[in-house]
Design a protein around this ligand. Structure first.
Ligand code: SF4
Length: 279
C-alpha cells in the first residue's frame, strides 16, 4: 500500500495550472510547425505563424497564451494499492486553483450559471478520480476555454446510423464550432458508452491526445481527422488544410438500442499536462 497526501497533489495542480496557462506544450508546438510545413493557403499560414509567435511571446513575457485562461479539469488515476490521505481532494484542488489564478494574475472565469456572479477565484474545478490497472499515480491537468467547450456535443444516435452517423456528428460539430471555437482544433471523440459515460470517454480521448499517448483505433481516427481537415474551415476559420491538429477516438460497448457519440472540441490553445507523481 502507498499512502499519498492530497496536499502533495495540490502542490502539483497549482504548479501545472500556472505552467499550462503560459507555456504551450512541445507537442502542440510541433503539431503547429508540422501543419505549417504542409499548409499552402497564405491566410492559413499567417494564422499558424501568429499562433506560434503568440506562444513564443507568452513564454518570454510570462503572460497567458490566451485571455481566456479556462476552467481547470483534473483527472487523477490511482493504480493498485494507492490510497489518499489528508484533506478532501476537492478542497485541496480548490485551494491550488485559487492560488494559481491569483498568483498568476490569470482571468477568473467561473460563475454562477444564471446570476452570472463570478466566484472570483476560478473555482470550482472539475475533479475526477478513477481506479486504474496501471501502477502508480497519474495526474492530468487541463485548462479548457469556454469558446471551444461550448461547441462540444453529445448525440444519441439510432444504432442503424452506424459509422456514417458518427462521421456526420463529428463533421456537423466541427462546422457548427466554426471560427468561434478557435481552430485548428484537437478533437476527443467517443463512440459508445451511455449518456453519462460518452462525454467522459471523449474527455479521456482528448487528454490522451494532449499527453501524446499511443492512439486507440488509429485507422478510424485518421479517417475522421482527414474528413475534418477536408472541410476547409482552416486556422481561425479563414480556410486551409488545417482544421484540426489531432483527433483521438475511443470506442466502448453501448446498449443494443443506443449509439452515443460525444465530441470534445479543444481550441489550438490546448493547455494540458499529464505526469506520473512520485510515490
Ligand atoms: S477558444 Fe481557446 S483560443 Fe479561443 S478564446 Fe477560448 S481559450 Fe482562447
Amino acid at each position: 500500500m502507498w499512502k499519498v497526501s492530497t496536499e502533495q497533489i495540490g502542490v502539483r495542480v497549482r504548479e501545472l495550472a500556472l505552467d499550462i496557462a503560459i507555456n504551450l506544450s512541445s507537442l502542440v508546438e510541433n503539431d503547429l510547425k508540422a501543419a505549417l510545413a504542409v499548409e499552402v493557403f497564405p491566410p492559413a499560414r499567417r494564422i499558424l505563424e501568429q499562433i506560434l509567435e503568440n506562444a513564443r511571446l507568452a513564454a518570454a513575457t510570462h503572460l497567458p497564451l490566451c485571455q481566456d485562461t479556462g476552467l481547470i479539469q483534473i483527472l487523477l488515476e490511482l493504480g493498485p494499492g494507492i490510497y489518499l490521505s489528508g484533506p478532501a481532494l476537492s478542497k485541496v484542488v480548490e485551494v491550488a486553483v485559487r492560488s494559481a489564478y491569483a498568483d498568476g494574475f490569470l482571468r477568473k472565469s467561473a460563475c454562477q450559471p444564471l446570476s452570472r456572479e463570478n466566484s472570483g477565484d476560478n473555482t470550482p474545478a472539475s475533479v475526477e478520480v478513477v481506479y486504474s490497472e496501471n501502477e502508480g499515480l497519474r495526474l492530468t491537468v487541463l485548462a479548457k476555454g469556454g469558446g471551444c467547450d461550448n461547441t462540444s456535443r453529445l448525440m444519441m444516435l439510432k444504432p442503424s446510423e452506424g459509422w456514417a452517423g458518427v462521421r456526420r456528428v463529428v463533421l456537423t460539430a466541427v462546422a457548427e464550432a466554426g471560427p468561434g471555437a478557435c481552430p485548428p482544433f484537437y478533437l476527443g471523440i467517443a463512440v459508445g458508452g451511455t449518456f453519462e459515460s460518452a462525454p467522459r470517454l471523449a474527455k479521456w480521448a482528448l487528454m490522451d491526445l494532449g499527453a501524446g499517448e499511443t492512439p486507440e483505433e488509429p485507422g478510424l481516427a485518421a479517417e475522421l481527422l482527414e474528413a475534418v481537415n477536408a472541410t476547409g474551415l482552416g486556422p481561425a476559420g479563414f480556410g486551409g488544410r488545417t482544421t484540426a491538429l489531432g483527433l483521438a477516438l475511443k470506442i466502448y460497448p453501448a446498449h443494443i438500442a443506443s449509439l452515443p457519440v460525444a465530441v470534445n472540441i479543444n481550441c489550438h490553445s490546448f493547455r494540458l499536462r499529464r505526469e506520473k507523481l512520485a510515490l
